[in-house]
Design a protein around this ligand. Structure first.
Ligand SMILES: Nc1ncnc2c1ncn2[C@@H]1O[C@H](COP(=O)(O)OP(=O)(O)O)[C@@H](O)[C@H]1O
Ligand SMILES: [Mg+2]
Length: 342
């Protein structure tokens, strides 16, 4: 296994209060896997990344990277590279130039001088920092510093790459470039990558497995597609036409025959005399609901131009997840008997 966690917990004492930043996390990541780490603010993502980076020790539990316990920090640091975007370049020497920072770090990481020079030159070129290479880090914008931090982490061609919001402050083009670069790294060198990001399109495009943590607990471990399905709430997108269409009648038929509810209905901008609707299945499974809706449109002499399950973006799924959770919490509070709330 490339990364392994066994019942890892981490608590902090904050003004006399105990905070469980991580609560009993177990996880196995294979060599060459590209994993996305998602979760709301304060979920414990950075804490998890720091533990794997040997910057923090867990309160309990064990973790290994390439079968080496993380307590052997010197050995671990030879295998891993990290980039923390949030710290905004605090891991760089402000009074040194970009190039000197990268050279210094490459030496520390044991990269041969010639090899280091080649990699630094090509990565600076790739991220359009070639002309700034002699500029002191303290004169750089946040986004530029984050780029240098990311480049720094790539120079040793690490076996394991731990990236915590690495593209914070990047413009769209640099984000796109980062996506391509990380894909190449993962494919060409078989680098295991753990990526935390609030850029959902990044996670969606890059990873085939996502871990969702919330209040220190792991709540989901699945493919992004599966996560979207959980959060899609059984919605159907349909584009159709029906002769003498009347909204109220149509809604009623959908409700009675398909046991489904129209969430959204607008005139189609792509088809003449047609409508686009989003319909929520309320009784039958999605596929059955789709068949029922198709049949009842065709029976009325109508046409179906498109009908498919609605697949939300990863961001929509994540927001839906947070909303469901919020509602559940409200329900829990509401379900406490009155006499207990005093
Ligand atoms: N050094 C620390 N001291 C006290 N509390 C901390 C410390 N680091 C993190 N925490 C707390 O642990 C929880 C998880 O934080 P963090 O791992 O940074 O979350 P995330 O990266 O998912 O936003 C938060 O409640 C945070 O306030
Ligand atoms: Mg964080």
């Amino acid at each position: 296994m490339s990364i392994e966690l066994h019942n890892v917990s981490k608590s902090f004492n904050k003004r006399g209060r105990k905070i469980h930043a991580l609560d009993d996390i177990s996880l196995k990541i294979k060599q060459g896997e590209f994993l996305g780490l998602l979760g709301p603010n304060g979920a414990g993502k950075t804490t998890l990344t720091k533990i794997l980076s040997t910057l923090l020790l867990p309160t309990s539990g064990e973790a290994y990277i390439n079968d080496i316990p993380i307590t052997e920090d010197k050995k671990i640091r030879k295998i891993i590279s990290t980039a923390f975007g949030e710290s905004g370049g605090r891991s760089l020497y402000y009074r040194l130039s970009i190039e000197d920072n990268l050279r210094f770090y490459a030496t520390l990481a044991g990269v041969q001088k010639k090899e280091a020079q080649n990699r630094i030159a090509s990565l600076l070129k790739y991220f359009d920092l070639e002309e700034k290479r002699k500029t002191l880090v303290m004169k750089l914008s946040t986004g530029m510093k984050a780029k240098v931090v990311l480049i720094r982490s790539l120079i040793p061609l690490p076996q394991v790459l731990l990236l915590d919001e690495p593209t914070l402050g990047f413009d769209a083009i640099s984000s796109e470039k980062t996506k391509n670069l990380l894909t190449d790294f993962n494919k060409e060198f078989g680098t295991t990558i753990l990526l935390t990001s609030h850029n959902f399109s990044e996670i969606d495009a890059l990873t085939r497995r996502i871990i969702l943590i919330d209040q220190g607990k792991m709540v989901e471990d699945c493919a992004p597609f599966a996560f979207k399905k959980v959060a899609s709430q059984e919605l159907v997108d349909v584009i159709f036409s029906v002769p003498n269409f009347q909204k109220e009648i149509f809604s009623e038929i959908i409700r009675q025959v398909a046991h489904a509810k129209i969430i959204r209905l607008v005139e189609s901008t792509n088809y003449v005399n047609s409508y686009e609707a989003q319909i929520q299945a309320e009784r039958y499974p999605l596929n059955e609901t789709i068949s029922l809706i198709t049949v009842l449109i065709l029976e009325r002499g109508g046409k179906v131009f498109k009908i498919a399950p609605f697949i939300p973006s990863l961001k929509e799924s994540f927001l839906a997840f947070l909303k469901i959770k919020e509602e559940q919490e409200k329900e829990t509070i509401l379900s406490i008997p009155i006499e207990m709330v005093e």
